[in-house]
Design a protein around this ligand. Structure first.
Ligand SMILES: *Cc1c(COP(=O)(O)O)cnc(C)c1O
Length: 411
């Protein structure tokens, strides 16, 4: 990937590096650093490698610069879950294909999506939602309505289990497929194995279940959507390369032998995690605890109760730091004692008030979860040229040409 890397690092060359920005701006508020080239590269890698259509799950990071970077990587389909997301994508990317993939929608959101935003595909997991979509669009197969049945999966091994909230059990899903078939120009079956799922076999099992549901339904299905959940690297977590997931999915999909059916995926984290970081400043040190100016009500939600460990590094523009490293706990700025991030954050032993820390892999489920709680909402966003703080596992040198091609086509 050297060629790509060189181009990503140099494109656009006008963007500053994180260290230079900190040295000049000396930010006393959190600084969100967005790496558009890294996002474009990750998106192009996914599009080139996945044996089907790639939809970007907008909730993961809806920042306009992120949506544009994903588009530049060749993604043309967007998975939205609300009227707000639909309107945002439509306003920024008029040519985008938008799919409404939330199984429980406001009636007004369905109407607006269908009538004003050109959305044709809607997800459901109950007969009530099927009726709602029919009533609010006033459309059926003849008008090009797309209906996707969300299948419930048994609790899996993903870092974030999503089995508890949405999805129809197999028997109900088969009944929904049968009910939806005559009303749909395009009928799909979708699922989500859970976020940050490290096991490629989770998709094989889910696809086998999807096949059983389709056989039970006895109707033809046009799309199988394998959802998101594709993992990225965190300290101490090195997922298998994406290619291993793609191979598993392709084999399991082919084993279903569904003539004419298309394969879709809805990655979020895998496209954007490496593309974001936050620079925080140390406001006080108490032994092994650092009080910093962003926390779980800011960009670091997943570092709190969910216990994700993020990569970090010291930024001290004015001089060298101790070679010796220690594990630190971080406290965020709000008065809530839950505003605590156990990490561990491994940093130079002499870290002190006034130092900055860059915390990485925050492009997914970072900035979009922040709140204004306690008045700490003054973060600034900047675009930078840096590489991700942790590189994704290589998708394989053989695919470099394919990624190049995808980038060229998207340009
Ligand atoms: C959140 C979500 C995704 C994206 O999940 P990642 O784990 O970020 O890849 C995709 N599809 C649906 C329906 C989701 O809710």
């Amino acid at each position: 990937m050297d060629l790509l890397r060189a181009r990503a690092a140099g494109a656009p060359p006008s963007l500053p590096a994180v260290d230079a920005l900190v040295a000049v701006a000396r930010p006393e508020e959190p600084m969100h650093c967005l790496r558009p080239a890294a996002i474009t590269e990750a998106a192009a890698g996914f599009v080139a490698g996945f044996p089907g259509e790639t939809l970007y799950a907008v909730k993961c990071n809806p920042e306009p610069a992120v949506l544009r970077a994903v588009w530049a990587g060749g993604v043309r389909h967007f998975d939205c879950a609300s009227a707000g997301e639909v309107a945002l994508v439509r306003s920024l990317l008029p040519e985008a294909a938008i799919h409404f993939m939330h199984p429980v929608k406001a009636r007004s959101a369905i109407r607006e999506a269908w009538q004003r935003q050109g959305v044709r595909d809607f997800v459901l997991d109950t007969p009530e939602e099927l009726a709602k979509i029919g009533a609010e669009t006033g459309a059926g197969a003849a008008e090009g309505l797309g209906l996707f049945v969300r299948l419930a999966l048994p609790k899996g091994v993903a870092r974030y289990d999503l089995s508890g909230k949405f999805g129809a059990e197999p028997e109900a899903a088969a009944a929904l497929l049968r009910a939806a078939r005559p009303r749909a120009a395009r009928l799909g079956l979708c699922f989500h194995v859970g976020s940050q799922c490290l096991d490629p076999l989770a998709w094989r099992r889910a696809l086998a279940l999807a096949g059983a549901v389709i056989r039970a339904a006895g109707v033809a299905v046009d799309v199988i959507d394998v959802g998101g959940g594709f993992p990225v690297a965190y300290p101490g977590v090195t997922p298998p390369p994406l290619g291993a997931f793609f191979a598993e999915i392709e084999a399991a999909f082919e084993a279903l032998a569904l003539p004419g059916a298309a394969l879709w995926a809805e990655p979020g984290r895998a496209l954007v995690a490496g593309g974001g970081s936050v620079v925080v400043q140390v406001q006080q040190r108490r032994d092994g605890a650092l009080y910093v100016n962003d926390g779980v009500y800011g960009m670091l939600s997943d570092a709190g109760a969910p216990g994700f460990v993020f990569p970090c590094r010291l930024i001290r523009p004015d001089g060298p730091a101790a070679a010796e490293q220690e594990d630190f706990v971080l406290f965020g700025p709000t008065c809530d004692s839950a505003d605590r991030m156990a990490g561990p954050f491994r940093l130079p032993a002499d870290i002190r008030e006034g130092d900055w820390i860059e915390i990485g892999q925050l492009g997914a489920y970072g900035a979009c979860l922040r709140t204004a709680f306690n008045g700490f909402d003054r973060a600034r966003m900047v675009e930078v040229r840096d590489r991700p703080m942790l590189e994704a596992t290589e998708i394989g040198l053989a695919e470099e040409a394919l990624v190049e091609e995808t980038l060229a086509e998207a340009a």
